[in-house]
Ligand binder design. Structure first.
Ligand SMILES: [Zn+2]
Length: 398
C-alpha cells in the first residue's frame, strides 16, 4: 500500500461534479476534443464569458481561451491541456472514464493529468468574476499536449495578436502543488531508412536498411554517452544532462531477405539552454556519410526524417515575479524545482510570458492505469486559486 499524506481537506462538491463531467469525455489525443470544448464553452457562457477557439487544420480539435473579468491589462493565464493519454493495454480496476472515489483519492483517466486543474479553474470562475479584479485571469485550455505540445502553438499564435500580453502563466500540470521553474525540452524524430531488397546470399545486390539503421542508432548512443561524460550539466535536473534515446525500431521480414525498409524513432530531451538542432545535425551528418555506398547500389536508397514533436525547454528565472507569486500563494519557501518531463511552459516562455508549472496531483500517477489524484491535492489547488484571486484583488499585481 502506497503511503499517502492523510489530510481531512476535501475539494468542493462543485469541483468534484465538474471533474466527473470532464473525465466522462474520452479526450484521448487521437480523438476529437470538441465535445469537451463545447461543454466548457457553454459552462462559461452561463457566466456571460465568451470563449475564443483556435483549431487544428482538420477542425476536429480546438483550444479554448477565455478572459474572466474585465480585459483591462496584463493578467495571469491558467493553462491546462484537455487531452489525455490512451488507456489501451492498461489494466484498470475502475472505469477510466468515470470518476471513482475511495475516500482519499479520486480515480479516472485525467484526474491527475490534468483535468483536475481544469475542473478547479471552472469551479472558481464565479468567484474570480465576483472579485472584480483589476487584472484579468485567462483560461487557456489546449488540445494535443500529450503528443508533443502541438495544439498550444495555435493558441499562442492567437494570443500574440492581443495588444496587451499576459504577464504570467501557471501551467497546472501535476507537481503535487510544488513550484517548478524549469523543465527539459524535447525533439522527437522518426527515421525511415530505405534500402534495396535482394536474396540474402546476394549481399552485393542489396542495401540492408536494418544494418544502416543499427549503425545510426549506435552512433546516437555514442553522442548520448559523450554528452553524459562531457555535459553541459545542470545538477538541478535528474539526470543532469541532455539525453538521447531510441525507443522503437521496426524492419525486415525474414532472415533470408535483405531488408528494404527499417524505421526507428528517437528523442533528444535537452537542458533548456542546450539546443537540440546541432545534436540532430550531427546525427544527420552521420547518415549522409553512409548514403554514398547505399546509393551506389540503388539511387533511391537513403535516410528520410520526420519531426514528430519539437518543444522548447522552460527556464524561468528564480527571481521572476511568477515564481515569487506562486511561492507566496502556497507559503512555500523551498527552492523551486526543475524537472525532466516536458510541458507547454516552454512555448509560453518562448512567447515572452513568465511561466511556472504548479498543479494538483503527482506526476507519479500520470499516464498509469488507475491514475488518481488525492482529494487533498484538489483542495490545495482550490486554495491556490482563491489566494491568487485575493492577491490580484488587493492590487498587488497592478
Ligand atoms: Zn499533462
Amino acid at each position: 500500500m502506497e503511503h499517502n499524506q492523510q489530510t481531512n481537506s476535501r475539494p468542493s462538491e462543485k469541483t468534484l461534479a465538474l471533474l466527473e463531467d470532464l473525465i466522462a469525455f474520452d479526450t484521448t489525443s487521437r480523438h476529437s476534443n470538441l465535445s469537451l470544448i463545447e461543454y466548457i464553452e457553454s459552462y462559461l457562457s452561463g457566466f456571460g464569458i465568451q470563449s475564443e477557439l483556435s483549431w487544428n487544420v482538420e477542425k476536429t480539435k480546438a483550444n479554448l481561451f477565455a478572459t474572466i473579468g474585465e480585459d483591462n491589462g496584463a493578467g495571469v493565464v491558467l493553462s491546462g491541456h484537455t487531452d489525455v493519454v490512451p488507456v489501451d493495454g492498461q489494466d484498470w480496476s475502475t472505469d477510466p472514464f468515470k470518476t471513482t472515489e475511495d475516500g482519499n483519492r479520486l480515480f479516472g483517466r485525467g484526474t491527475c493529468d490534468m483535468k483536475g486543474f481544469i475542473a478547479i479553474c471552472l469551479s472558481k470562475t464565479e468567484s474570480i468574476l465576483q472579485a472584480n479584479l483589476p487584472r484579468p485571469v485567462h483560461f487557456a485550455f489546449s488540445y494535443d499536449e500529450e503528443v508533443g505540445c502541438v495544439g498550444v502553438v495555435n493558441l499562442l499564435e492567437e494570443l500574440k495578436k492581443r495588444t496587451v500580453q499576459p504577464r504570467a502563466c501557471v501551467i497546472g500540470e501535476p507537481t503535487s502543488m510544488g513550484v517548478i521553474r524549469a523543465h527539459k525540452g524535447m525533439l522527437f524524430k522518426r527515421c525511415n531508412v530505405h534500402g534495396k531488397s535482394a536474396h540474402s546470399s546476394l549481399v552485393d545486390q542489396g542495401v540492408n536498411a536494418v544494418t544502416a539503421a543499427a549503425k545510426t542508432i549506435s552512433y546516437i548512443d555514442t553522442i548520448a554517452e559523450r554528452i553524459k561524460q562531457e555535459g553541459p550539466f545542470d545538477q538541478e535536473f535528474q539526470p543532469p544532462y541532455t539525453t538521447l534515446h531510441c525507443g522503437v525500431i521496426q524492419g525486415g521480414t525474414a532472415n533470408n531477405i535483405i531488408p528494404a525498409d527499417c524505421r526507428f524513432d528517437f528523442e533528444i530531451r535537452n537542458l533548456p539552454d542546450h539546443p537540440t538542432l546541432p545534436i540532430f545535425n550531427e546525427v544527420e551528418q552521420f547518415t549522409r556519410s553512409l548514403e554514398p555506398a547505399m546509393k551506389a547500389v540503388d539511387p533511391a536508397a537513403g535516410f528520410e526524417w520526420q519531426t514528430l514533436a519539437d518543444y522548447p525547454g522552460m527556464n524561468t528565472d528564480q527571481q521572476a515575479e511568477v515564481i515569487q507569486l506562486a511561492q507566496t500563494l502556497l507559503g512555500d519557501d523551498r527552492q523551486p524545482g526543475k524537472v525532466s518531463y516536458g510541458t507547454e511552459g516552454g512555448h509560453f516562455q518562448a512567447a515572452g510570458i513568465q511561466t511556472v508549472v504548479c498543479g494538483p496531483g503527482s506526476i507519479e500517477q500520470a499516464h498509469k492505469p488507475d491514475e488518481y489524484v488525492d482529494l487533498s491535492q484538489l483542495a490545495i489547488g482550490e486554495k491556490f486559486i482563491d489566494t491568487l484571486n485575493a492577491t490580484i484583488a488587493s492590487g498587488a499585481m497592478s
